[in-house]
Design a binder for this molecule. Structure first.
Ligand code: BMA
Length: 318
C-alpha cells in the first residue's frame, strides 16, 4: 500500500551525537562503535563498547555515565579482551555485545560475536560488575551473530535470538536452553524479505528484545545491498509474548537509517547499528545506542508506545 502521509520520526538523534568516539579513549583505539547497553542498579548507564584497534581486531570496553549522554568514565584499559588461548573462537576479536540482565541469575548475560578462522559465532559471558566475567564459550557455531538472550525463561527454558547464515541469506532464529550451555528447539522467527524490499536477503536482531504487555518488541536491522555498498537500517516487529517464536506484526518500512554526516561517513559509511538501549523510569522512553558508520557511538530517543502504535498502523501480520 502506498503511504499517503509523511513518514513519522520515531527516533530522535541527540544533539550531542556522536556521544563516544576513539578520541575519547584513555588508550589507543581506532574506532569505538556497536555498544551494548544497560542500566546498573545504582542508575548508572553502562555501555559496553566495541573498540577496534589498528590490527583490525576488536575487544570490549565499558563506559559509565550518570545521565547516559555525557560525563563518561571509560575503563582505563580493555574490559574484556579476546582470550584465544582458552577460547580459540576469539582469535580475531570479540564484537557487537548485547547485554541482558537475568533476574533469576542475578547477573548480566553478554552475548557477543567471537571471530576466528571458522567465521563469526555467538559466545556468552556472565558478569555482575562488568569487571569480572565468566565465559560460557561458543554457544552457536559459525556463521552466526547478532544474538541476545531474553531476560527470563520462556516455558521453562532460556531463549536466545540469533542470526545464522543459512541459504546465503540471513534470517533471525530463536533457540532454547535449560542451562545456557545446551541449545535446541531452533526456530525461524523473522525471515529476510526478497526482491526490492529494504530488508531483503539479510536481517539481524539489533538490541535485545523489549518486553511489552502486547508482546516482545524487536528492533532489527535490514541490509540493503546497492551498487555503492550496503545500507544498514532499522525496522520493528512484534513477537508473541508466550513463545517469542511467532512474529505477529512486522513493519513495512524502515524507521531509522543513516542520514546524519557521522552515520554516512566513517570506516563503513551508511551504517546505523544499535546493540543496546535503556528504558526511562516510565518504562516507555527508549534511549537507543547505536554504532554510526562503524566509527562512533550515537544516541537516539524513542518511545515503546509510539513504536507499537506505529506498528498497528504500518505493520502487517507476518
Ligand atoms: C555487520 C557487523 C557489524 C557492522 C556491520 C557494518 O555485519 O559486522 O559489526 O557494524 O556489519 O559493517
Amino acid at each position: 500500500m502506498m503511504l499517503l502521509h509523511r513518514y513519522e520520526t520515531l527516533f530522535h538523534r541527540h544533539d550531542a551525537n556522536p556521544i563516544l568516539k576513539a578520541a575519547d579513549w584513555p588508550y589507543p583505539a581506532h574506532t569505538v562503535f556497536n555498544a551494548g547497553a544497560t542500566r546498573l542498579r545504582d542508575g548508572t548507564t553502562l555501555l559496553l563498547c566495541r573498540v577496534e584497534d589498528r590490527r583490525g581486531h576488536s575487544h570490549l570496553c565499558a563506559a559509565r555515565s550518570r545521565n547516559g549522554i555525557d560525563g563518561w568514565t571509560i575503563d582505563a584499559k580493555p574490559t574484556l579482551l579476546p582470550d584465544p588461548e582458552r577460547y580459540p573462537e576469539e582469535l580475531w576479536g570479540i564484537e557487537d555485545p548485547r547485554i541482558t540482565f537475568v533476574e533469576e541469575l542475578d547477573r548480566y548475560v553478554v552475548a557477543y560475536t567471537a571471530f576466528s578462522r571458522g567465521g563469526p559465532g555467538v559466545a556468552l559471558a556472565l558478569t555482575d560488575d562488568f569487571h569480572h566475567f565468566e565465559r560460557l564459550g561458543l554457544v552457536m557455531q559459525p556463521d552466526d551473530k547478532d544474538a541476545a538472550l531474553l531476560p527470563r525463561r520462556i516455558n521453562g527454558r532460556f531463549a536466545l535470538l540469533h542470526r545464522p547464515v543459512t541459504d546465503a541469506n540471513a534470517h533471525v532464529w530463536i533457540s532454547f536452553s535449560p542451562d545456557l550451555r545446551n541449545w535446541g528447539g531452533h526456530r525461524l522467527v523473522l525471515p529476510a524479505r526478497r526482491g526490492a524490499w529494504w530488508d531483503a536477503n539479510r536481517v539481524g536482531l539489533s538490541p535485545p528484545l523489549i518486553e511489552t504487555p502486547r508482546g516482545w518488541l524487536m528492533l532489527y536491522h535490514g541490509v540493503r545491498r546497492t551498487g555503492a555498498g550496503c545500507l544498514y537500517r532499522l525496522g520493528v516487529a512484534l513477537l508473541d509474548l508466550e513463545t517469542a517464536e511467532h512474529c505477529i506484526l512486522r513493519g513495512d518500512s524502515w524507521i531509522f537509517g543513516p542520514e546524519a554526516p557521522y552515520e554516512r561517513e566513517g570506516d563503513v559509511g551508511y551504517v546505523t547499528f544499535p546493540c543496546g538501549y535503556t528504558l526511562g523510569a516510565d518504562g516507555d522512553a527508549i534511549n537507543l545506542y547505536y554504532g554510526a558508520a562503524d566509527t562512533s557511538v550515537a544516541l537516539a530517543t524513542g518511545s515503546v508506545s509510539q513504536l507499537l502504535d506505529w506498528l498497528d498502523r504500518n505493520g502487517s501480520a507476518a
